[in-house]
Design a protein around this ligand. Structure first.
Ligand SMILES: Cc1cc2nc3c(=O)[nH]c(=O)nc-3n(C[C@H](O)[C@H](O)[C@H](O)COP(=O)(O)O)c2cc1C
Length: 186
């Protein structure tokens, strides 16, 4: 079967983001049935409904690119027990104009990342709440809450924790099955 194209969204803009490191580890551990690409979300002007009639080029480009993917993977930190604004903004931009959401029907998965022990649970589930409305079937199991994340990587940014590596590998394998089950066979 043709590999499925997956758009990866990282909810942190920070240069040394642990979330991005987890995202890159997930991409490296994915099976060959998935082709993953990080889609940048930092250049999107804040969503404003007044601009819907003449949207900024970056919004149109983002929506058009997103429509070319088979599935979506969100890797996010937690800000104040919720989804960072930059990620929520990308979700809102992709969801409009009304009735033309670029997210519609794409299977997805959520991974939350935190240096703390609650492991981004709040962000993970707030994000899932939006995905229900967007008709993005989010993989229910396995869940992925990556806590104590600062201690999982070596100085070169490589994932050095073997049990986390195994967990991420299983997650991506399950996600590949989930995408295959939730997309039309081609
Ligand atoms: C505005 C803000 C709010 C935060 N709120 C939370 C939170 O609710 N829960 C949590 O576990 N960490 C919280 N943190 C800490 C982040 O988890 C931590 O900064 C983490 O490194 C961010 O991810 P990154 O390394 O990918 O940028 C917050 C950080 C910031 C800047």
């Amino acid at each position: 079967m043709k590999p499925k194209k997956i758009a990866v969204f990282i909810g942190s803009l920070r240069k040394e983001s642990i979330t991005r490191k987890v995202g890159k580890a997930l991409m490296a551990l994915a099976p060959e049935s998935l082709i993953l690409e990080i889609i940048k979300i930092d250049g999107l002007p804040m969503y404003n409904q007044d601009l819907d009639e003449a949207p900024p080029f970056s919004w149109k480009d983002f929506r058009d690119r997103l429509k070319g993917f088979d599935g979506v993977l969100f890797v996010t930190p937690e800000y104040n027990r919720s989804v960072p604004a930059v990620l929520k903004n990308a979700i809102d931009v992709g969801s409009r104009p009304y009735g033309q959401s670029a997210w519609d029907g794409k299977p997805g998965a959520v991974v939350s990342v935190s240096p703390g022990h609650i492991s981004g649970f709040g962000a993970n589930h707030h994000l899932r709440q939006s995905l229900v409305f967007l008709n993005v079937p989010a993989m229910p199991q396995p869940e992925a809450y990556i806590g104590d994340a600062i201690n999982l990587f070596d100085d070169s940014g490589n994932l050095s924790n073997e049990s986390t590596r195994e967990l991420l590998r299983k997650f991506m394998s399950a996600f590949s099955d989930w995408v295959a089950r939730n997309t039309a066979q081609m």
